[in-house]
Design a protein around this ligand. Structure first.
Ligand SMILES: C[S@@+](CC[C@H](N)C(=O)[O-])C[C@H]1O[C@@H](n2cnc3c(N)ncnc32)[C@H](O)[C@@H]1O
Length: 357
């Protein structure tokens, strides 16, 4: 019989790591509380502040605020000044925790984690039966969390970097073309483009009714409802406006039939038109994705609980997952009859791919 030999150093290192994850997960609950109660906003730019002052500013009970501040100090989110018994939110941390317009604003992402716990019974059932869980079956915090999380990245990159990386597309958008945003969710990407290119017309489509309703409200609030439409439609049956640009933001890998969706693009894309495919960043091979990267870990987890179950719920002829990588995505376009496919840009979070017929 072989004897199991436990390396004590390795054990201790892994316990420390796993415990750190546990601590971080509870830290996420603290982030959510701080964000929803306005505690981070009340601290932003305030300099060193006592728990009493912060409680007064945010309209909260001091004893709870003090304990929350201590958790924030223990996690390195705020600085504690022992001499004055005050707490300070550094400006860099305020960008991440308090400034909703910042491209690195993170609190909404914790809404996704909250929904994953809330929906755990559905995921367990999916594992045991092999059946799917559709996007619409998740708790609403998932839809809002994903939309708000991606919105900030799109704000910083879509118009200034990603669209200019596509061959000739800016000139077409400036002169006026029809644009489809397939799987548009809450419509943030559609609205950003509509604001930047007033001569073009934008059409957002999504299978999820509540998301389309939210997208319409967002377009009204942004003052672009005159040049943006949002309609409930699937990726294989939205109206044909002979689009000069068709975009898929973080949704092609969610589809049960991505090849069918790209074949449909072939019918409704104007001659000379471009497809912009924005997908989660991934290398082609699993081992390349495994270098210690919080991004791959996050995306594989989201893929396990959200993306794969949705694709399965749609029949799942090809369940790409959120870490498909460029080669597998190129193969989808090749099968659908596209001959041109290239990486136009990338960020630590996204691949931006360009396709033409
Ligand atoms: C991860 S979300 C991305 C939403 C949005 N593009 C964004 O970047 O915030 C995926 C979206 O794809 C939509 N979707 C999934 N399957 C679809 C289908 N077959 N046809 C159209 N939309 C679909 C979902 O309803 C969801 O809004």
């Amino acid at each position: 019989m072989s004897t199991l030999v436990i390396d004590q150093t390795k054990l201790e290192a892994f316990v420390a790591r796993a415990f750190n994850d546990l601590s971080s997960a509870q830290g996420g609950v603290m982030v959510s509380l701080g964000s929803k109660l306005g505690l981070y906003k009340a601290m932003a730019g305030a300099g060193p502040i006592s728990s009493r002052e912060l409680a007064a500013r945010a309209g909260c009970a001091e004893r709870y605020v003090r304990e929350w501040l201590n958790s924030q100090a223990a996690g390195g989110y705020v600085t504690y000044h022992a001499v004055s018994d005050t707490y300070e939110l550094p400006p860099e941390h305020a960008m991440v925790l308090a400034d909703e317009e910042s491209p690195v604003y993170l609190p909404p992402a914790w809404e996704v984690n909250a929904s994953l716990w809330f929906d755990e019974a559905k995921t367990l059932q999916a594992f045991r039966t092999g059946r799917g869980v559709a996007w619409a079956e998740h708790d609403g915090r998932m839809h809002c969390g994903v939309a708000a999380f991606y919105r900030n990245g799109y704000r910083g990159s879509l118009v200034p970097q990603w669209l200019p990386a596509l061959d000739g597309v800016i000139a077409q958008l400036e002169s006026g073309i029809a644009v489809a945003d397939v799987g548009c969710g809450h419509g943030h990407s559609t609205i950003l483009m509509a604001k930047a290119f007033p001569r073009s017309r934008f059409h957002g489509f999504d299978a999820h009714v509540a998301s389309i309703e939210e997208a319409r409200r967002n377009a009204e609030a942004a003052g672009v409802a005159n040049r943006v439409t949002f309609e409930v439609a699937r990726a294989v049956d939205y109206p044909d406006h002979q689009y000069g640009l068709i975009c898929f933001f973080d949704c092609l890998h969610d589809l049960g039939d991505p090849v069918g969706a790209v074949r449909y693009v072939g019918q409704v894309l104007a001659p000379g038109g471009t497809v912009m495919l924005v997908e989660p960043f991934a290398h082609d091979r699993l081992e390349q994705n495994l270098s210690p990267s919080p991004v791959a870990r996050l995306y594989y987890a989201g893929s396990t609980t959200i993306c794969c179950p949705h694709a399965v719920s749609e029949g799942g002829s090809l369940v790409l997952g959120a870490q498909a990588g460029e080669a597998r995505l190129a193969e989808v376009f090749r099968k659908a009859g596209f001959t041109h496919f290239r990486r136009a840009a990338e960020t630590p979070f996204n691949l931006i791919l360009e396709a033409r017929r």
